[in-house]
Ligand binder design. Structure first.
Ligand SMILES: Cc1cc2nc3c(=O)[nH]c(=O)nc-3n(C[C@H](O)[C@H](O)[C@H](O)COP(=O)(O)OP(=O)(O)OC[C@H]3O[C@@H](n4cnc5c(N)ncnc54)[C@H](O)[C@@H]3O)c2cc1C
Length: 259
């Protein structure tokens, strides 16, 4: 039987950011951290795009995604510009679940989940499932965004922190001058992770007590990997990541100067 998902709700965070909720016709198993490739027929082309699942497996047959309407330079993103116009009831064919950005059940270290933008999605899935199975998730979540109005899932994460279900939720906003009301951390996720994080947590981050996850913007991820490799962390063992797209190397290197 062909697998498809049907749009049941779009929860708008702002005009270019939303949580899309779908219902499966034929639920398939997935693990928190995995993604599904969604297919859309646009101008007689089959357009395929992967999206991390932000809901937890226990919530099936409903499934949700945290998605940004992107601009590719001046051009509207091919898939997301149409998705943001889709009406409830729209169906999308899907490909099977994939992805190795997963929690390791045998790893007892605390986790730091670093994200930029919609890179938060897979952590929401992980946290919800951990809370359901174990009552809490032993993690700190860092969410880097440009503006405070980009903080999807903020209420949910604040609640988990208040209830002691996660260790800490640290949203950080990069455009200081455009967010005069913001009272929290400023700067990109990776600049916070350089050394400010040790002060915030009142603890030194070492590979003995922490495993680092990074998801979202490729430049952020490359910088996180650089920062933590210098501290002795090993890629894929102590630092795990999922990049949402690739970008020219030159731009990546301009994002941060590693001391
Ligand atoms: C494993 C994986 C999981 C992903 N999960 C998510 C997710 O949960 N939520 C989500 O919003 N996106 C996610 N993406 C990105 C998604 O697959 C699409 O690339 C994105 O939605 C843009 O598609 P588009 O056709 O609208 O843009 P296109 O017309 O294909 O233009 C894409 C170009 O826009 C630029 N761009 C700017 N911002 C972004 C951005 N945030 N994402 C991608 N490209 C950007 C890049 O230069 C990129 O090459 C994921 C990607 C991967 C590889």
């Amino acid at each position: 039987m062909e697998s498809y998902i049907e749009l049941i709700e779009k929860e708008e965070i702002n005009p270019a950011l939303a949580i899309f909720k779908f219902k499966f016709n034929n639920p398939i198993n997935f693990k928190p951290g995995q993604y599904i490739t969604i297919i859309s027929n646009i101008d007689s082309n089959r357009i395929l795009r992967p999206y991390s699942i932000s809901s937890a497996p226990y919530q099936l047959p409903e499934i949700e995604f945290f998605i940004r309407k992107v601009k590719n330079g001046e051009k509207p993103g091919i898939f997301t510009s149409k998705l943001f116009e889709a009406k409830e009831g729209t169906r999308y064919e899907i490909l099977k679940v994939s992805g190795l950005f997963l929690l390791d059940e045998n790893d007892k270290r605390k986790k730091i989940f670093v994200s930029s933008g919609t890179g938060l999605g897979p952590y929401i899935s992980m946290i919800r499932q951990e809370i359901k199975d174990r009552g809490k998730c032993n993690c700190i979540i860092i969410h880097g965004v440009s503006h405070d109005y980009d903080l999807g899932y903020e209420k949910e994460l604040n609640r988990y922190e208040k209830e002691g279900k996660i260790i800490k939720y640290i949203p950080t906003v990069s455009r200081k001058e455009e967010n005069p009301e913001w009272k929290g951390e400023f700067g990109r996720a990776e600049t916070l992770m350089e050394d400010r994080i040790n002060k915030i947590l009142n603890e030194k981050i070492t590979k003995e007590n922490y495993v680092i996850y990074a998801c979202g913007h490729p430049g952020m991820i490359e910088n996180i990997v650089k920062i933590f490799k210098l501290k002795g962390f090993i890629e894929n063992k102590d630092i795990k990541f999922e990049k949402y797209w690739s970008q020219p190397k030159k731009i990546t290197e301009q994002r941060i100067q590693i001391k």
